[in-house]
Design a protein around this ligand. Sequence first.
Ligand SMILES: NC(=O)c1ccc[n+]([C@@H]2O[C@H](COP(=O)([O-])OP(=O)(O)OC[C@H]3O[C@@H](n4cnc5c(N)ncnc54)[C@H](O)[C@@H]3O)[C@@H](O)[C@H]2O)c1
Length: 341
Amino acid sequence: MSMTQPILVTGGAGYIGSHTCVALIEAGYAPLVLDNLCNSSVESLARVQRITGVRPGWIEGDIRDAALLEQVLAEHRPRAVIHFAGLKAVGESVQEPLAYYDNNVGGTTILLQAMQRAGLRNIIFSSSATVYGDPATVPIREDFPRSATNPYGRSKLIIEDILDDLQRADPAWRIARLRYFNPVGAHPSGLIGEDPRGIPNNLMPYITQVAVGRLPALQVFGGDWPTPDGTGVRDYIHVMDLAEGHVAALAYLLEAGAGMFTVNLGTGQGVSVLQMVQAFERTSGHQVPYRVVERRAGDIAACWADPARARRLLHWQARRDLDTICADAWRWQQANPRGYA
Ligand SMILES: NC(=O)c1ccc[n+]([C@@H]2O[C@H](COP(=O)([O-])OP(=O)(O)OC[C@H]3O[C@@H](n4cnc5c(N)ncnc54)[C@H](O)[C@@H]3O)[C@@H](O)[C@H]2O)c1
């Protein structure tokens, strides 16, 4: 592979994208980030440079800008695209469905058209465990039925189907659909991490913001779920494990030849909200006051991955444990109490 050919990383200034840039650089790839900064700060890429010594290529722009994409693909001739760019707030997607379909589905279509015109047919797409809806059983295998209960989830379903149609129409495409479980934690340097705008929707940043004194108490949505301690159970995966999963998927995509594959990126372990609170208190030495409130509409009791296919196909598995997740998330939060601001 020519090292001068970059990997185009859409949404690369964001949470998962910035960590994946670190993993790409460490594996010898050259990331070229395209991001409109609608939910991120370009400071994350300066931090990637501090960690790796390499500054990722940078283009400020929108994936819906077809002319820009045409120019970027012609000028930089990327080897593949890792496509993180998208909106991801479930509640907001219910309020503003059109923004979600425009950005996620419309944006992806424009990106795929530009790639097709440029003769670039290698793409890794950020899908989500949300496409499994409320699974009948756990652990969840990739062949389980898919469904959506909100526009965010439906946008992921639709994009998965578009990619399927595209690969059938033109078998030269190489497509990876990666279904993430719950990404958490931060790079061990404490230099990059999750920096949500407003009150966090997700458990881990909520916990760390309570511990750092930015929020008064954790709200636990439901204490009467059919789980061992009554709180929701999820598969929390360290964001650096997830990032390395992308590097493994890229290597497989580039060497395996044309085709499409779909894999879960998760740990295979279910962890409850209260177990996470306890692990965090243990590793950080800080108390996390919480109160149990009503269930949140659209939430499910339990969700965790069967990670066997990723292990078999990509020779990848998550290796960082819950204590490492908590310690790394806390290091990031303490060093950056206001995020990148
Ligand atoms: N974090 C999770 O829990 C999770 C779980 C499953 C899937 N995903 C998916 O992974 C991807 C990355 O998620 P993340 O957590 O890093 O989110 P993020 O918001 O931190 O990163 C997304 C990035 O995309 C950028 N972006 C959005 N729309 C764009 C556009 N039209 N043009 C250019 N850039 C645009 C944002 O500015 C941001 O930097 C998303 O597609 C998300 O849906 C995330």
